[in-house]
Design a protein. Structure first.
Length: 177
């Protein structure tokens, strides 16, 4: 047996294992800190929710750039469609009651129809908590998120219209902390 490479003192191995556990602990603590800082706060998805609401309304009102049949009658907004807007567009503004939200609406939607040539209003549809619109345009952490979009359509007689959609989502207790 060759004694030239035989370890006579094993104290260095014990010291090395203490450092190995210290490094392992530091790496584990770093991973836990990064995961907590990434997942520790809720995501604020109100703007995405308002964009999705606007997109759903646009799909309900238009079909390939044309006004959906039955919405406008001879250039005037159909009152039957306006009266049943949420059900006609398959929209539901009901929310969970985790924060007492059933008492106060968390959504507001306003759709304005304009004649493109003259700029005159030919009708308006509004649904939800209208008090939320007053906070649009203001800056602050605990204010509702507002999305204002315009799009242009034509009817079957090639009359041009501008449609303005304002979507407001509150839900500050759940999304903002």
């Amino acid at each position: 047996m060759n004694t030239k490479y035989k370890i006579k003192n094993k104290n260095g191995v014990e010291i090395l294992s203490v450092y190995w556990f210290a490094i392992l602990f530091i790496v584990a603590a770093g991973i836990v800190y990064m995961v907590y800082s990434f997942y520790g706060q809720p995501y604020d998805v109100r703007e995405t929710e308002a964009d999705a609401l606007t997109t759903l309304v646009a799909r309900c009102l238009t079909d390939a750039g044309y006004v959906t049949d039955g919405i406008l009658l001879e250039g005037v907004l159909n009152e039957d469609f306006k009266g049943n807007f949420l059900s006609n567009c398959n929209l539901n503004f009901d929310v969970e009651d985790a924060y007492g939200w059933q008492d106060s609406g968390q959504f507001y939607l306003e759709v304005n129809f304009f004649n493109f040539d003259s700029g005159t209003s030919i009708g308006e549809i509004s649904e939800g908590n209208s008090g939320l619109k007053s906070d649009c345009g203001q800056k602050g952490k605990n204010l509702p998120v507002c999305v204002d979009r315009d799009f242009y359509v034509i009817d079957k007689d090639n009359n041009q219209y501008k449609i303005n959609v304002i979507s407001v989502v509150r839900k500050t207790e759940k999304n903002v902390q």
